[in-house]
Design a protein around this ligand. Structure first.
Ligand code: SF4
Ligand code: SF4
Ligand code: SF4
Length: 244
């Protein structure tokens, strides 16, 4: 199977947030309590019950002020730092599709993946066992030959799903500036932009910290010892390694 991906085109997003609702519905995620903080952006951040949200932002230039609506979610990196650091193999990059998904049963809630991720994406179940939660590109739907729920629902084509190479070709043919073609080994979520990535709050030149490989190796060695003291120490070390 060819690598799969999403093509996000903020300029044709109308901020309807149907993609957020579709994601919650498919993944059976409950509502999070939020409050009005002076913007239509809601929820204010990703969390264990929100794998995808639309950032609302204003941009002013010589032509005037415009509203931008930009999808915020896991980028399904070609070289995922989260997979590199996870000491128990709970995060997995699917060989067929390139999707980065996870196995909650394996997750030991060490939270190392949060600091390793150059996009600060992983979130953790609150009030539960603190296990990983993020967009998994609807790998269950994809394996059944279906389109991810967000892309299936989007009424304008601002989120499109398909073969990554074909999506890239299409965006280039339309003369968009591409974000995600080569970053971090090539992202599974590609953005078609009309301005610089910074305007859309996309990290310019994202990098994996050199300490990720080191911590991944240390944590795996400790987990390999298999005793409960080691597991507690892993959680302590992982939290230390994630302090910013
Ligand atoms: S964006 Fe972060 S969580 Fe998603 S695949 Fe990349 S490193 Fe992992
Ligand atoms: S691909 Fe699936 S899990 Fe990811 S944001 Fe879209 S609907 Fe949610
Ligand atoms: S469903 Fe499409 S148009 Fe609506 S907010 Fe999501 S990406 Fe934008």
């Amino acid at each position: 199977m060819a690598s799969k991906g999403l093509l996000i085109t903020p300029d044709i997003c109308i901020g309807c947030r149907a993609c957020q609702v579709a994601c919650k519905e498919w993944n059976q995620l409950p509502a999070s309590k939020t409050k009005n903080n002076g913007t239509h952006e809601n929820p204010p951040d990703l969390d264990a019950n929100n794998f995808n949200r639309i950032r609302f932002m204003e941009h002013a230039d010589q032509k005037g002020v415009k509203w931008l609506f930009v999808s915020h979610r896991c980028m399904h990196c070609g070289e995922p730092a989260c997979v590199q650091i996870c000491p128990v193999g709970a995060l997995i990059k699917d060989k067929d599709t390139g999707i980065v998904y996870y196995d909650k049963n394996k997750c030991i809630a060490c939270h190392a993946c949060k600091s390793a991720c150059p996009f600060d994406i992983p979130r953790y179940d609150q009030g539960g066992k603190g296990k990983i939660a993020k967009c998994h590109l609807c790998i269950d739907r994809v394996r059944a030959g279906l389109t991810p729920a967000c892309a299936k629902t989007c009424p304008t084509g601002a989120i499109r799903y398909g073969d990554r190479d074909a999506l890239l070709k299409e965006a280039k043919a339309k003369k968009y500036k591409i974000y995600g073609e080569t970053e971090l080994g090539g992202l599974g979520v590609i953005f078609a932009l009309t301005d610089s990535p910074k305007i859309y709050k996309l990290a310019e030149s994202p990098k994996i910290s050199e300490s990720v490989a080191f911590w991944g190796s240390v944590l795996r060695t400790l987990v390999g010892r298999g005793d409960s003291t080691a597991s507690t120490f892993v959680r302590y070390l992982a939290h230390k390694s994630t302090e910013k």
